[in-house]
Design a protein around this ligand. Structure first.
Ligand code: ADP
Length: 289
């Protein structure tokens, strides 16, 4: 019962559908670029939308494109694109190509030459595909059969770091995702649905941690289980816990953890403290540079 913000659902649904419709005189951009702060649910909500629309997504991550083992990143992009096209023609299903965190590492201090070259290759390849979506060839083979258009969805932090011609309007439709308070309330409400918090408590929680992104709240929920897990480890014995959980078919059920609002706020404050430690260490590091 996760919540998808209607704006997000609509944008994605229209982008995907538009690329499958042959609208006369309409030149739909092949790529939808969703950008905004990290941890606000760009990738997660994409997956929710795919499930809802029964879209099969073929994934490609920036990490993969960057990996020295991956080989030619341009080939990898084309290969996955053709894979998605195959699903459309052979199974008559909606399929998309999804590239997460496309700008990851662009501002990275240690980005070496390899990375830069790869990024340029990926940018150029995506541009080619956007301009010629029905003719995407793999090196060394030629397929004269035109491909169906495969909508491409990319997520990222800051598209300012991407190659400008790729981001141009005819090639990429842009969508800035920043959940407003109403979205936040609904999403956080969805996260805590199984735990019996009422509307007013959700509002208090969201207000208390005003500046935090969505992933703060899902991490907070996960951390509530830590106490139960520790009790379980102590009960079993630190030395025997491995036997109990690794490769075991035994199901473990825990009593309902303490999801009272005060407890959530207390845990949340601990998490904020940890964030502050990281901030301080960063400042120290910057100062000592
Ligand atoms: P982004 O792609 O914007 O960096 P993610 O999509 O990775 O952020 O979201 C981070 C985390 O926040 C997810 O792993 C998930 O736990 C939580 N989350 C985000 N959106 C939702 C949602 N609509 N419902 C429930 N949890 C969500």
């Amino acid at each position: 019962t996760y919540y998808i913000a209607p704006r997000f659902l609509n944008k994605l649904a229209v982008h995907i559908t538009k690329n499958f419709l042959d609208l006369p005189g309409i030149n739909a951009p092949l790529i939808l670029g969703i950008h905004g702060h990290k941890g606000e649910g760009k990738s997660f909500q994409c997956e929710l939308v795919f499930k809802r629309m029964k879209v099969q997504a073929i994934h490609l991550s920036a990490g993969e494109l960057e990996s020295p083992d991956a080989g030619d990143p341009s080939r990898l992009v084309r290969f996955r694109y053709r894979e998605a096209a195959d699903i459309i023609t052979k199974h008559g299903k909606l399929a998309v190509l999804m590239i997460n965190d496309i700008d990851a590492g662009a501002g990275r201090v240690d980005s070496g030459t390899q990375y830069t070259v790869n990024t340029q290759l990926v940018n150029a390849t995506l541009m080619n595909i956007a301009d010629n979506p029905t003719n995407v060839q793999l090196p060394g083979s030629y397929d004269s059969e035109p491909l169906p258009r495969v909508p491409i969805i990319v997520t990222g932090n800051d598209f300012g770091t991407l190659y400008a011609p790729l981001v141009r309007d005819g090639r990429m439709d842009k969508f800035y995702w920043e959940p407003n308070r109403e979205d936040r309330l609904e999403i956080v409400n969805g996260i805590f649905t199984p735990d019996g918090l009422n509307r007013q408590q959700i509002e208090q929680l969201v207000s208390k941690f005003e500046g935090q992104s969505i992933d703060f709240f899902s991490a907070l929920r996960a951390s509530i289980y830590d106490e139960q897990i520790l009790a379980f480890i102590e009960q079993t014995g630190f030395d025997k816990i491995g036997l109990k959980v690794a490769n075991s078919t035994e199901k473990h059920s825990f009593i309902k953890p303490d999801f009272r609002l005060e407890h959530l706020i207390e845990k949340g404050e601990q998490m904020v403290k940890e964030q502050q430690h990281i901030q301080e260490l960063r400042l120290v590091a910057a100062y000592n540079r």
